[in-house]
Write a protein of this length. Structure first.
Lengths: 89, 376
């Protein structure tokens, strides 16, 4: 749960204004973007931690973070599996 | 990968390493603490210590949220899970953490229903889906995670959910750093400030470290070059006789933090007078609990919580590891009785824990090789 995973926002305001669809490692998930002072727009990258977008980052940062996470191996796999099992609405 | 190379370029790393070396004063030793488990991970994974001159030692701090939960709180959570109708939820990392009487997994084998969730919002969903159960969320984590719990509480209040509560174990990083600074065991020359925590709290809360303790702090990113650059900045400050807070990770960390997140925490939580940390003992004003206005969502109000206190196992030296006094491999049970499969201490449970990071990467650092040879 310590990890912050980058995802690309594909749709905002899904059901409620603070929810957004985000693509993480090829899978689309709903996350809560209510902690961001400025709501993100499609195409923005966000760092996701326990179902919430913590911050908006640029694409370079997002890709670098992904590379670091992929090197983690199992821990990252576990986090992705947990994220895949999560249902936020 | 164009993007990644920017943060990994070996030549830049060597150039930074050379500049760091050039800043070392002869005969002086430098000890820096990386507060955050994420940094520990990068340091091992990329062998950062191999780039550094021998005069510089990195020690690992208490910034692994799973590692600092005392055994008694695990036992308290299991006690809650045993109450009639309770459905306990927790992050996956907590499931194997040993309490005085086994872990959540052990407890489930004896009939409790403690489920892993990815997000506190999943726990909220379970409450909506199971109106006949009392869903309790075991909240852990530093300021990185507390806003998520806070937002979930605000949601629960808006929906007036009657069967959801939080067993709050959120901790705050600054009092832990202060406790380490005040501890006589360790002499530190500076800190690599945590990355994600700082996205929430910003950089100002570290200013007392520079002002009152005269130690530099550089909030650092997680890439290998981030860490090297941050160490370089610490060395520069020391060389120039400065002690300041710098933000090396400004591309993600705003100097003033995240006001929305801070507001959500402030609205739902307040500081506890004191809280026990594994290995570090009681630290004043170092943890959060729910505000009176949210008492109906507070598992400690809704249920009887025994407040168990359990001494850490004798063999366990997590406290020393969390304070950076001992390197993980110096613990007597490291890698023998204590492994990620059969953890004795929490530092071995979470992949961010210093012991697990050491174990997984099997790094024989320079010091380790040296001391192993000397000890022969
Ligand atoms: S090896 Fe195990 S018992 Fe020893 S400090 Fe690490 S986690 Fe604690």
């Amino acid at each position: 749960m310590c990890l912050a995973i980058p995802g690309e926002v594909v749709e905002v305001g899904v059901g409620r204004p603070e929810l957004a669809r985000v693509e993480v490692s090829g899978v689309r998930r709903t996350v809560n973007v209510g902690l961001l002072a400025v709501p993100p727009a499609p195409g923005d990258w966000v760092l996701i931690h326990v179902g919430f977008a913590l911050s908006v980052v640029d694409e370079a940062e997002a890709r670098a973070t992904l590379a670091l996470l992929e090197e983690l191996g199992q821990a990252y796999e576990d986090e992705l599996a947990a994220l895949a099992g999560s249902r936020i609405d | 990968m164009r993007f990644v190379d920017e943060y990994r370029d070996a030549e830049t790393a060597r150039a930074l390493a050379a500049r760091i070396s050039a800043l070392c004063e002869p005969g002086r030793r430098y000890t820096f603490m990386e507060v955050c488990g994420g940094h520990t991970h990068t340091i091992y994974q990329h062998g950062i210590e191999d780039y550094l001159p021998e005069q510089i030692t990195l020690v690992h701090g208490p910034g692994c949220p799973v590692c600092v939960i005392p055994m008694g709180r695990v036992d308290d959570a299991i006690h809650l899970a045993r109450q009639p109708d309770v459905l306990m939820t927790s992050f996956g990392d907590m499931m194997r953490v040993p309490g005085g009487d086994g872990s959540f997994f052990d407890s489930n084998a004896e009939g409790t229903d403690i489920r892993m969730v990815y997000s506190p919002l999943d726990a909220l969903n379970l409450a909506r889906a199971n109106p006949d159960r009392q869903v309790v969320f075991m909240a852990i984590g530093f300021e990185t995670t507390a806003p998520s719990t806070a937002m979930t509480l605000l949601r629960a209040a808006a929906e007036d959910l009657r069967n959801f509560s939080v067993f709050c174990n959120h901790v705050t990083i600054v009092p832990a750093i202060k406790a380490i600074l005040d501890s006589p065991d360790l002499r530190l020359d500076g800190f690599l400030g945590p990355g994600h925590v700082s996205t929430v709290i910003g950089c100002r809360p570290y200013e007392f470290i520079a002002r009152e303790y005269g130690k530099p702090v550089v909030v650092a990113g997680f890439e290998p070059l981030d860490i090297l650059e941050s160490i370089h900045r610490l060395m520069l400050q020391l060389r120039e006789g400065r002690a300041e807070v710098e933000n090396q990770y400004a591309r993600v960390v705003p100097w003033d933090g995240n006001p929305v997140a801070l507001r959500a925490i402030g609205e739902t939580m307040r500081l506890r007078p004191h809280f026990e940390w594994r290995g570090l003992g009681f630290i004043s004003h170092s943890a959060l609990r729910l505000r009176e206005e949210y008492a109906r969502f507070d598992a400690e109000e809704r249920f009887e919580v025994p407040g168990v206190r359990v001494a850490d196992p004798k063999a366990c030296q997590c406290g020393e590891v969390l304070k950076g006094v001992l390197k993980p491999w110096e613990c007597k049970v490291f890698g023998t009785a204590c492994t990620p499969e059969t953890p004795i201490g929490t530092c071995m449970v979470s992949p961010e824990g210093a012991c697990a990071a050491y174990y997984n990467f099997g790094r024989f650092t320079r010091t380790r090789v040296r001391e192993a040879v000397a000890g022969r």
